[in-house]
Design a protein around this ligand. Structure first.
Ligand code: DGJ
Length: 745
């Protein structure tokens, strides 16, 4: 049975049924020719009779479309559940698409023209996207809609088309949507907004879950009941940002980690985004997500198209945990790409919190030597190796080794690191430029700026204008030269400020509204070139920690530095929130020194290690300063990271205790065969006269026995662990953790 079924309804109007593993997404063509939503949720069999189920009737003050043949019928425009709602033609709710026509008028009425179904999933040129490796993994439906405006007599035709694309993947509960707007008329039009997807729900009570944050406090979970009006999560920062994440979920109010219906919206994009929900006068919820229309205006000459990025809609009737499982599997299998997608990633040591800018080759080699003795596999040289960068006031854009710090160059340092048994990795911040740099002195117009205005600095730096091809190529040439000459196996790609004075010296006035998106397309083009020339390079994304940890960047960078906050207790909420969408194998997590550099808290090495073992594990401290006890602990942690990293790659995550709701945080990873698991528990603050209840596990085989091979000793039946739980009697102190590595006996 195919994944997409097209049923012919009355007057041959089609209905479309997209079949997931345990879900259906359904919509069809209304008698008035509009594309209308029917259902997104549990399995629903294809049936032409569902053509009767579009909203009908009217409400006071409700606009009604009365159309002439071939599309007859009356359409209650404020009630119909629209697949791609338009502006200024009678639907007063949040539009997905709006266009400024050559005659100065705005708005569209999009009418169904045709459709086609193709095997697999076509690529989105220039944009990151989920993909298939063989055509039988998915099916894609393309719907053509056309603005039905009639030409004014004697005027050149005005005609806009929208192409909606829906991909459904075999065995998953995911629908990937995107939209393309094309100018088929004879004069230019300006696209003012083009959301990637919009979904109208039937009236019901829903909670909205978002992942807001700040630097060093990324992706905290917020959940609240929806009320009437508009609720949005948006970035105008030129990046997906620490502050507003391009994801939200709608949950039935009783849904929890393991039960209840949850609908997720995740945008595969790294720039300005806007997503949210409008709850209408009739308690319908319209959910939307796409590029932020604020500041956006894209001019289309006749024949040109604008392609919006894709949004991944996921559904689960098994709570938030079920929703995360959908995203985790898709993103680690068919969003992340390249040689490192399926490889186990190295345990690393990064020198940033160990030395900051203050290092030389001998200092780095000494850290690498200790690292080698501990079994660490990769040494990452962070910021400060280029130009004359002894602090953050200078040299971004000058990707030339600093011979004062590293007199024998990067090649020599790389070979010294390799001699200690580690691979060598290097930090870059390619999109940035310091005013104090040779690049800026040569090309002061290469940064984003508005002539005649002050240039706003953040961290004493400006943003290169990546909407310009020559800028991308100029920086790429410098970065690639280093990567060709030194033995670099890993790159940390950082990005430490957001975009201001968004304007480009190379674009005409009528195209300045395109700069933010063109800039992001330039970032993707840079990533694409890097992946093409250096297919074996492991790239870790970073933006002052997790400021651009989004599906767009993950397409090119299989792991992302989760947060600049390396404190084990603060990380609990950050990693918990991140795991709502992103699989643990994408999450960079390091053990750092105490007192912690961000929150000044001191926690045990074991706790810092257990928390970091929830992600791509590494260290970020001066190993040469550790005492014998900490060195032994660090060696054991590195060994644990290697012994359990296959679970990080392939295991299913279960969040057992939420750090936002109490002093206990717990999660576990279970192998697909259910023969192995790791369980981690952290106590943030101890309470007197309080017994912690046993921790009930999930995902294990009830008929198996499990023995702890590392961690608190014990052997238990699977059903006992599922129904009664692991005893937590040993957990007694503030900031204490326990971690069990369980194997089937
Ligand atoms: C911000 C990153 O998040 C840090 O890990 C570090 O690389 C600094 N930038 C270096 O400037």
């Amino acid at each position: 049975m195919s994944l997409i079924t097209v049923v012919s309804g009355p007057e041959n109007r089609p209905l479309f049924f997209l079949r997931g593993a345990a879900s259906t997404y359904a919509f069809g063509v209304h008698p008035a020719g509009l594309l209308c939503h029917l259902h997104w949720g549990g399995p629903l069999a294809p049936d032409a009779a569902l053509a009767e189920r579009y909203e009908s009737g009217g409400i006071p003050f409700g606009p009604e479309l009365v159309r002439i043949p071939p599309f007859g019928g009356r359409a209650p425009l404020d009630l119909l559940r629209m697949e791609y709602p338009t502006a200024n033609t009678g639907d007063f709710r949040e539009p997905a698409v709006d266009v400024l026509h050559a005659d100065g008028t705005r708005g569209l009425r999009l009418i169904y023209v045709g459709h086609r179904v193709v095997a697999g999933k076509p690529a989105l040129p220039g944009l990151p996207a989920t993909y298939v490796e063989s055509a039988d993994e998915a099916e894609t439906l393309e719907i053509e809609l056309r603005d039905a405006r009639e030409d004014a007599p004697g005027e050149p035709a005005l005609c806009v088309e929208a192409t909606l694309r829906y991909t459904v993947f075999a065995g998953r509960d995911v629908v990937v949507r995107s939209a393309r707007v094309s100018n088929r008329g004879a004069r230019a039009v300006t696209v003012l907004r083009a959301a990637s997807a919009s979904v109208d729900f039937t009236p019901r009570r829903l909670d909205l879950l978002t992942l807001p944050g700040a630097w060093a406090r990324e992706r905290w979970v917020e959940r609240a009941p929806l009320r009437a009006g508009l609720h949005e999560s948006a970035s105008r920062r030129g990046a997906s940002s620490h502050q507003a994440h391009p994801f939200f979920a709608l949950l039935e109010p009783t849904a929890d980690e393991a039960r209840g219906e949850v609908h997720g919206f995740s945008l595969v994009y790294s720039g300005n985004h806007r997503g949210g929900v409008e709850v209408t006068q009739t308690s319908q919820a319209r959910a939307f997500l796409g590029i932020n229309p604020d500041g956006f205006a894209w001019r289309l000459e006749p024949g040109e198209s604008f392609q919006a990025p894709e949004v991944v809609l996921a559904y689960s009737a098994e709570g938030l945990g079920g929703l995360s499982a959908q995203y985790h599997r898709l993103y680690r299998e068919r969003l992340v790409r390249g040689a490192w997608r399926d490889r186990e990633r190295p345990v690393l040591i990064n020198n940033w919190e160990a030395t900051y800018f203050n290092f030389d080759a001998d200092k780095l080699a000494a850290i690498a030597r200790t690292a080698g003795e501990l079994g660490i596999e990769l040494f990452v040289l962070d910021d400060g190796w280029f130009g004359k960068r002894n602090d953050d006031t200078t040299s971004l854009g000058d990707w030339v080794v600093d011979r004062k710090k590293l007199p024998d160059g990067l090649g020599d340092l790389g070979r010294r690191i390799e001699a200690e048994g580690l691979r060598f990795g290097l930090w870059f911040e390619p999109e940035m430029i310091s005013a104090d740099s040779d690049l800026y002195r040569a090309h002061p117009d290469w940064c984003l700026h508005i002539p005649g205005r002050d240039r706003t600095e953040v961290r004493q730096q400006l943003v290169l204008d990546f909407s310009r091809r020559e800028v991308v190529e100029g920086v790429y040439a410098q970065v690639a030269k280093i990567l060709r000459e030194a033995p670099v196996g890993y790159v940390k790609w950082d990005m430490n400020r957001h975009l201001t004075e968004v304007a480009s010296a190379s674009l005409p006035p009528e195209r300045q509204g395109e700069v933010s998106h063109r800039h992001i397309l330039g970032v993707y083009a840079f990533a694409e070139r890097l992946a093409g020339e250096f297919p074996d390079l492991l790239i870790e994304g970073c933006s002052g920690g997790g400021g651009r940890y989004d599906p767009g960047m993950l397409h090119y960078t299989p792991q992302f530095w989760c947060s600049d906050n390396t404190d084990a207790i603060a990380r609990l909420r950050i990693q918990h929130g991140t795991s709502i969408v992103y699989p643990p194998c994408t999450m960079g997590a390091h053990v750092s020194a105490v007192p912690n550099h961000q929150v000044h808290r001191s926690t045990p090495m074991r706790t810092r290690g257990d928390v970091a073992l929830a992600g791509q594990f590494g260290f970020e401290l001066d190993l040469t300063k550790l005492d014998a006890a900490d060195l032994a602990e660090a060696k054991d942690l590195a060994a644990q990271a290697k012994a359990t990293r296959h679970l990080l790659r392939h295991g299913d995550l279960h969040r057992l205790q939420d750090p936002h709701t109490g002093n206990l945080t717990a999660w576990m990873l279970v192998s697909p065969e259910r023969d192995e698991a790791v369980v981690t528990v952290v106590l943030s603050l101890a309470e007197p006269n309080w017994r912690l209840p046993a921790l009930r596990l999930r995902g294990l085989d009830p008929g198996a026995r499990y023995r702890c091979v590392h961690g608190p000793a014990g052997e238990w039946r699977g059903d006992v662990l599922l129904c009664i739980g692991l005893p937590l009697d040993e957990l007694k102190q503030d900031f204490q953790s326990l971690r069990w590595h369980l194997k089937r006996v």
